[in-house]
Each structure stands twice: as structure tokens, then as C-alpha cells.
Design a protein around this ligand. Structure first.
Ligand SMILES: Nc1ncnc2c1ncn2[C@@H]1O[C@H](COP(=O)(O)OP(=O)(O)OP(=O)(O)O)[C@@H](O)[C@H]1O
Ligand SMILES: [Mg+2]
Length: 505
């Protein structure tokens, strides 16, 4: 069937997907298509329908913007001349034509979403998306889709228009590009001026930090490597009543296991071989201030007991001493490990976990708050350029795009390192990044720990697939992996695996 008498072959426009989302409301008011009075002649009942339709088609062919018609079935029934000329004949009339084939892949989902909204709610929608011309080049268009109703208010078809906005868009992008570094990233009025980022996820974390900072609560900060856990710990200290006292940081993973107790609590002369003199520990150094225990998950079992005691009774003893000392220290801990899983494995004490997990703060991965990438890039480019005496005024758009889509396994630290390297290499006023630094190795700064986590996730997913999502029982994945079902369950939760997707009927 052809619409408006137009002799255009009917073609489907990603019809399946659109049609699924279409609902019909019969009580909507009619949308006036044409002003009847101004089109008396055209609408004269004596004029045959085919002629009237032909006139409307000619009008649509005359307008410089793209226009098309969709039938309720989703079938494309009319495409005006401007669109035909832009897309090329084969693209518009072949039945295989799909929206997907002409819209830029990065814009497709958003545009389809808008079309679905229009059809589900019978409303007019607008969206920006790039459209491929017959020469294979993309230009930006403003897309509109609106419903056309019959005299009873029933939607009988859809009219779509596309306006070329490529020039405005390019000018806007150029302006943005030029202003990139000039923009002031650090908001000095912000409570957390040293923490860059305005994403809702980061702001939610900072709101929690602001709440807990002035209390005496122990805080457990979790998050992937390089997400800014130490920065958050320092922010808590800085905003606490202990801000004028020391902030002492201990990386539990970096100290040999047999020395960690003495590092934390100090030792008496002769307490062990090599203890040639008395030494005060970090708890004493942090007196009145904050002790930051980084990588708390790496703490050996016996030190966990001693730490639990300090947290509960505010007391400790130096290694090799019977004398009990009082500790006035606020403890903030951090880990990138899944402590509940470590409890199940028997490597972390449950009672200590409850004691330190009074106020958990989870720092989101950079890939989960991509909105912050641009500000962070600007901030780091600016600070490294200053440090290196370079004059950088712009950021290359292509580089920024690449930085915004990269997965950042090493999070902000990785971003910081790449920007520092790039600033050193930069020989013009325009900042750019060598793409190979992001992609030569799958994960250039991915630490072993993360690599193992990802392998573990893969193993668990394979086992779940083989066991159709079943965890326990003789045919469950736990047996296959040789671990207790409870351990597997907590790993599944920690690794955010959706086991339901392996269920089969
Ligand atoms: N929001 C942010 N704004 C500015 N700099 C940040 C931000 N988050 C992190 N950084 C910087 O990124 C680097 C890594 O942060 P930090 O050391 O706090 O991460 P981490 O989570 O403790 O990492 P790891 O788990 O490897 O110890 C630091 O130089 C820090 O200053
Ligand atoms: Mg750290």
C-alpha cells in the first residue's frame, strides 16, 4: 500500500523494534495536519482523494528538510525528495532499509529510544543523531517524530522530519574544544575542592563523607584500585575535629607480614631479632589524629586480633612489652578486596569486619562515572602543564573522546599517569594522547590482583553456565569449583554476577 498516493515502495524502518513499544490510545484529541480554511481548495470534497494526497506529497517534496511517514505497523510509506537525495535512492526504497543502516552507531540507541517514547506515549519527540549520506559521510540532524490522528483522535500514522544541524554542532564543538583548559575545574567554594568530579555517584559519596567526617566512627572505604580511596580518607581527616593532629597512613600490603604488628604497635628493644632499639608504632604516631589502614584485607590473623582490641578497648601493647597503652586514634580503613568473601574463605575475622564496617563508603570505578572524566582530564592537564612549564590551551577533541570511552581498569591513577606522560610528550598548545597507550596492552596498569579477580569471574561464570545457574547441590557450580556454596554465593554477589542469566527452562 502506498501513502498519500505516493508511488513509493513500502519499506520497513527497524520496524520490529519500534512496533513492540507502540501502544494505542483512542481518546487523544486529533492533531491538526493542515489548516482547513487555508486549504479549502485542496480539501474540497469534490477533489478526488488521490489528487489531494498528491498535492500534499508535492508540498512535502518541496520542503528542504527531510520528511518521512511511518504507518502504524512501523512500515515506511513515504520519503520526501530532500531525504531521498541525501540518503540515495537505494537506501530509501529498498525493503532492507533499516534505521540502523543510516544512523551513526553511537547515536542509534538514543534515537530509537526517543522514537519508542513517541510511539508509547503518542507524543512528539526530538533527538539529535548523525545520519549517513549516500556518500558514506555522517552529518548531524535534529530528528522529530510526531503522531498524526484521524477525526476520532486515533493515531493513524507518524510523520518524521530531520533538520541538518551539522554546522551549528561543529561550531559548538569547536568552541568547547577551545575552552577546554580555560574552564575552571576546581570549585573553591566546594567543600571538597581537592576532589574533582560532579557526577551524581561521586557527589553521593562526598555527601556520606561530609556526614561521617566529624564523628568518631570507624570508616571502611572500598573501591577498585586507583579510585581515590586514600584521597577520601584524607578528606575525612581534614574535615574532622582531629584535622590539626597527624594523619598517618599504613599500607598493610606493603609491609612484610611478620613486621606489621611492630609497625602498627611499636616494639621494645630486643623484642625480636633485629629489634636493636625501642621503636614507636603508627598508633602512637597518630595519637590524637587519624590512622589510615590501607589494604586492611592483607592484615595477618594475629594482627587482626590486636587491631580488634584497639578498636574495642582503645588499648594496645608494644611488641615485646606487657605494658598496656591507651590509644586516642580514629581509624579509617580501605580495601579493594571483597572482605565478605575473605571471611568465607577464613582469611578475615568476621568480628573485625563488623567493627570496621560501621560506616562503609564505596568509591565508584571511573568507568561508572564517565561524566567526571572531562573535569579530571582538564584538572590533570592543567596541573601537569604547570609543573612542566608547558603552555597548553586546548585539548584535542578526538583524544578526549577516546579518554571518555576507555574502560580505565586502573581508574584515576591510570588516567593521571597517562596525562602526565602525554603532557611531557606534548609539543604544541593542543593536548593529545597517544592512543596506543590505552590499547597496546589490554590493561596497561592493571595490577595482578585485578587480573585475578577478572579470571575468577570468568571461571565462576563458566561453571554457572555449565550448571545452568545452580550454585549448591551435587550438580551445582560450588561442587565443580571445589568451594562451599556459601563462599560461591558471596563471590557471585561481590563480582556482581547475575546468575539468573544462566537459568534455562
Ligand atoms: N576525584 C579525584 N580528583 C582528583 N584526583 C583524584 C581523584 N580521585 C583520585 N585522585 C588521584 O588519583 C590518585 C589515586 O588515588 P588514591 O591513591 O586515593 O587511590 P586508591 O583508591 O587509594 O588506590 P589504591 O587502591 O591503588 O591504593 C591519587 O593521586 C589521587 O590524588
Ligand atoms: Mg590507596
Amino acid at each position: 500500500m502506498s501513502y498519500l498516493g505516493a508511488n513509493v515502495e513500502t519499506a520497513s524502518i527497524s520496524a520490529g523494534e519500534i512496533r513492540d513499544f507502540r501502544v494505542s490510545h483512542t481518546d487523544r484529541p486529533a492533531v491538526p495536519i493542515l489548516d482547513i480554511r487555508s486549504f479549502d481548495d485542496l480539501m474540497d470534497a469534490d477533489v478526488p482523494v488521490r489528487v489531494r494526497a498528491r498535492h500534499i506529497e508535492q508540498i512535502m517534496d518541496f520542503v528542504p528538510q527531510h520528511m518521512f511517514m511511518l504507518e502504524p505497523s512501523g512500515a515506511l510509506s513515504f520519503v520526501n525528495r530532500a531525504a531521498r537525495e541525501y540518503l540515495g535512492k537505494s537506501d530509501t526504497v529498498s525493503p532492507s532499509e533499516k534505521l540502523r543502516a543510516i544512523i551513526h552507531p553511537d547515536d542509534f540507541d538514543a534515537l530509537l529510544g526517543s522514537y519508542r517514547d513517541a510511539m508509547a506515549h503518542e507524543i512528539c519527540v526530538e533527538a539529535e543523531a548523525r545520519v549517513r549520506s549516500k556518500n558514506g559521510q555522517y552529518r548531524w540532524f535534529l530528528h522529530q517524530l510526531f503522531p498524526l490522528s484521524d477525526e476520532h483522535g486515533r493515531v493513524v500514522r507518524w510523520c518524521g522530519t530531520r533538520i541538518d544541524i551539522d554546522e551549528q554542532k561543529t561550531l559548538k564543538e569547536q568552541a568547547q574544544q577551545e575552552n577546554l583548559v580555560l574552564r575552571k575545574v576546581i570549585d573553591t567554594k566546594s567543600t571538597f575542592e581537592e576532589i574533582v568530579g560532579t557526577s551524581p555517584r561521586l557527589q553521593a559519596v562526598l555527601a556520606r563523607v561530609a556526614k561521617v567526617a566529624r564523628t568518631e566512627s570507624t570508616v571502611l572505604i572500598t573501591g577498585e584500585t586507583g579510585t581515590g580511596k586514600e584521597l577520601i580518607a584524607r578528606a575525612i581527616h581534614k574535615r574532622s575535629d582531629r584535622a590539626n593532629r597527624p594523619f598517618v597512613s599504613v599500607n598493610c600490603a606493603a609491609i612484610p607480614r611478620d613486621l606489621i604488628a611492630s609497625e602498627l604497635f611499636g616494639h621494645e628493644k630486643g623484642a625480636f631479632t633485629g629489634a636493636v632499639q625501642r621503636r614507636i608504632g603508627r598508633f602512637e604516631l597518630a595519637e590524637g589524629g587519624t590512622l589510615f589502614l590501607d589494604e586492611i584485607g592483607e592484615l595477618p590473623a594475629e594482627t587482626q586480633v590486636a587491631l580488634l582490641r584497639v578498636l574495642q578497648e582503645k588499648e594496645f601493647q608494644r611488641v615485646g612489652s606487657n605494658q598496656t597503652m591507651r590509644a586516642n586514634v580514629r581509624v579509617v580503613c580501605a580495601t579493594h578486596r571483597d572482605l565478605p568473601a575473605a571471611i568465607e574463605e577464613g582469611t578475615f575475622r568476621r568480628d573485625l569486619y563488623y567493627r570496621i564496617n560501621v560506616f562503609p563508603v564505596e568509591v565508584p570505578a571511573l568507568r561508572d562515572r564517565r561524566e567526571d572524566i572531562r573535569s579530571l582530564v582538564e584538572y590533570f592537564v592543567d596541573s601537569f602543564a604547570r609543573k612542566n612549564g608547558k603552555h597548553i590551551t586546548r585539548i584535542e577533541k578526538k583524544s578526549l573522546d577516546r579518554l571518555q570511552t576507555y574502560s580505565w581498569p586502573g581508574n584515576i591513577r591510570e588516567l593521571q599517569n597517562i596525562i602526565e606522560r602525554s603532557v611531557i610528550m606534548c609539543e604544541s598548545e593542543s593536548f593529545s594522547v597517544d592512543e596506543s597507550w590505552l590499547s597496546t596492552q589490554p590493561h596497561p596498569s592493571r595490577p595482578l590482583g585485578e587480573e585475578m579477580v577478572s579470571q575468577e569471574k570468568e571461571l565462576i561464570e563458566t561453571a554457572l553456565e555449565e550448571c545452568k545457574g545452580r550454585v549448591s547441590g551435587p550438580s551445582g557450580a560450588a561442587v565443580k569449583l571445589g568451594m562451599p556454596p556459601s563462599t560461591l554465593d558471596s563471590k557471585i554477589r561481590a563480582l556482581k554476577i547475575d546468575k539468573r542469566r544462566f537459568y534455562t527452562n
